[in-house]
Write a protein that binds this ligand. Structure first.
Ligand code: 5RP
Length: 224
C-alpha cells in the first residue's frame, strides 16, 4: 500500500493550478485522488474528469470539482495505474474494468502519468490476463473469435455474477501465453467486430513512476 501511495503522491506533484486532471481507477489511483483532494483542500484549483463511476464518487465525496467532456476540450494530465508495464512502456490495463474510459482519458491528455509498484514491471506483457471489453450482443461469437487468437478467454464475473462495465458491456479476460508483439495484437483485437476496446495501451505514456514500500519513488527509464 505504501508503494502505491508513494507513486501516487509523486505524480500529484505535477498538478498545478488551473489544470484539467484525468482521474484513473483502481487502488493506486485511489491514492492519487486522495492526495489531489488534500491539495484542493489547501487551495489548489483544478477541474477533474473521472475514468469510472467509482473514481467520480470518490472525487465528489472528497471535494474535487468534476466536469464532463462537454465542458472541456483537453485534459492536461491524467494519472492512472496499470496491471503490467513493459520496457517500452506498453501497458496492460483494465483490471478494474475501466479500460475504455481510461483509454479515452489517456488519449485526450497532454501528459499521461502511470503509477505502479514494482510488481507491475514485466519483460513481456501477457502474464496478466488481457481485459477485452465487448458488447453483450453476440458475445458467444466474439468469444470464439478471441479464442482463435490462441488465448483462453473467460467472461469476467464479480461476486459470482457476470460483471458489466460502466458502459454496460462485458469484460473478457484473455490469458495469452505471452504478448510478444503488443502493437500487432492491439490492432488484431481492435479489428474484431463486437470488441469495443482492450487493455493494451501502446506507447501512450512517457512517464512511469514506480513506488517502493519504503516510500521512495523512481522514474522508470524507457528501453529506447
Ligand atoms: C482499472 C485499471 C487499473 O489502473 C489497474 O487495474 C491497476 O489497478 P491497481 O492500481 O488497483 O493495481 O486499469 O481498470
Amino acid at each position: 500500500m505504501k508503494a502505491k501511495q508513494a507513486a501516487a503522491d509523486k505524480a500529484v506533484e505535477f498538478i498545478k493550478d488551473g489544470m484539467v486532471v484525468g482521474l484513473g481507477s483502481g487502488s493506486t489511483s485511489y491514492w492519487a485522488i486522495r492526495k489531489l483532494a488534500d491539495r484542493v483542500q489547501e487551495g489548489l484549483e483544478i477541474r477533474a474528469v473521472a475514468s469510472s463511476k467509482s473514481s467520480e464518487e470518490l472525487a465528489i465525496q472528497w471535494g474535487i470539482p468534476i466536469v464532463t467532456f462537454a465542458e472541456i476540450s483537453v485534459i492536461d494530465i491524467t494519472i492512472d495505474g496499470a496491471d503490467e508495464v513493459d520496457p517500452d512502456f506498453n501497458l496492460i490495463k483494465g483490471g478494474g474494468g475501466a479500460l475504455l474510459r481510461e483509454k479515452i482519458l489517456a488519449a485526450s491528455s497532454h501528459k499521461f502519468i502511470v503509477i505502479i509498484d514494482e510488481s507491475k514491471l514485466v519483460n513481456t506483457l501477457g502474464e496478466y490476463p488481457l481485459p477485452v471489453e465487448i458488447v453483450p450482443f453476440a458475445a458467444e461469437l466474439t468469444l470464439k473469435k478471441l479464442e482463435a487468437l490462441q488465448c483462453k478467454p473467460v467472461i469476467r464475473k464479480k461476486d459470482e455474477k457476470v460483471f458489466f462495465t460502466d458502459n454496460g458491456n462485458l469484460i473478457i479476460d484473455c490469458k495469452f501465453k505471452e504478448i510478444a508483439n503488443p502493437k500487432e495484437q492491439s490492432e488484431i483485437l481492435s479489428s474484431i467486430p463486437g470488441v469495443v476496446d482492450h487493455g493494451l495501451f501502446i506507447q501512450m505514456t512517457d512517464t512511469v513512476i514506480v513506488g517502493n514500500d519504503d516510500g521512495t519513488t523512481r522514474f522508470l527509464n524507457k528501453r529506447n
